[in-house]
Design a protein around this ligand. Structure first.
Ligand code: PGA
Length: 249
């Protein structure tokens, strides 16, 4: 049985006081929710204060990106050691904005994924096709490549999460239907079964992301292979994020 994971990707939003305010309200609203994992991913500048604010709470914290080296002359980068130091247990890697705006390749993302697991951080590997790729019928091909390349070199005992986020659904208000998402999630699990053994593939959580809102969360989360959500816009307000977290199945 896979434990549900609801993750909030705050992207480049929230100053430190705003981040603290949001997380305080989330703690209040989500008190007593224990049957699922709740994760917030603030921008780098807010990680330390948010981590302190979350001490003693069951809400987990992750980062939105990292570099694969531990330290050194890499101006502007943040290392896995630094993320662990401020209390992160997860890290989002290969988000479509990293791939498309910042040109991250499957190879670079793979190096980050390997480094994350080596530092006891759980990577959330984001994958998904563009609208053009979907219209050309290339969804499976793209997703399979991103999964295979992204996870290269991982061992069956390494813990990781996949987030399927069709690029055309991110920040557009246009979510995939539960059936569309389920179809791709089943395909991803089949690829995982080929890469690892069946038992491992059955235990991997595959999140859906792309315009998840309180209104569409239930339909998506009820699908057998959708094990949680990666929420962008709707994670910036305590009211909408906690409503998604509390979606009853
Ligand atoms: P969205 O973003 O919920 O605003 O569509 C999701 C994401 O990019 O992770």
């Amino acid at each position: 049985m896979r434990r549900l994971l609801i993750a909030g990707n705050w992207k480049m939003n929230k100053t430190v006081p705003e981040a603290i305010e949001l997380v305080r309200e989330l703690k209040e609203r989500l008190k007593g929710v224990e049957d699922r994992d709740i994760l917030v991913c603030p921008p780098f500048t807010a990680l330390y204060p948010v981590g302190r604010e979350l001490e003693g709470s069951s809400i987990l914290m992750g980062a939105q990106n990292m570099f694969y080296e531990e330290k050194g002359a890499f101006t502007g980068e943040i290392s896995p050691v630094m993320l662990k130091d401020v209390g992160c247990s997860y890290v989002i890697l290969g988000h479509s904005e990293r791939r498309h705006i910042f040109g991250e390749s499957d190879e670079l993302i793979n190096r980050k994924v390997i480094s994350a697991v080596n530092h006891n951080l759980i990577p959330i590997l984001c994958i998904g096709e563009t609208l053009e790729e979907r219209e050309k019928g290339e969804t499976r091909q793209v997703v399979e490549r991103q999964v295979r390349e992204g996870l290269k070199g991982l061992k069956p005992e390494d813990e990781f999460v996949i987030a399927y986020e069709p690029v055309w659904a991110i920040g557009t208000g246009r979510s995939a239907t539960p059936e569309m998402a389920q179809e791709v999630h089943t395909f991803i699990r089949d690829v995982l079964t080929e890469l690892f053994e069946k038992e491992k593939a059955e235990g991997v959580r595959i999140l859906y992301g792309g315009s998840v809102k309180p209104e569409n969360a239930k339909g998506l989360l009820e699908m057998p292979d959708i094990d949680g959500a990666l929420v962008g816009g709707a994670s910036l307000k305590a009211e909408s994020f906690s409503a998604i977290v509390k979606t009853t199945l």
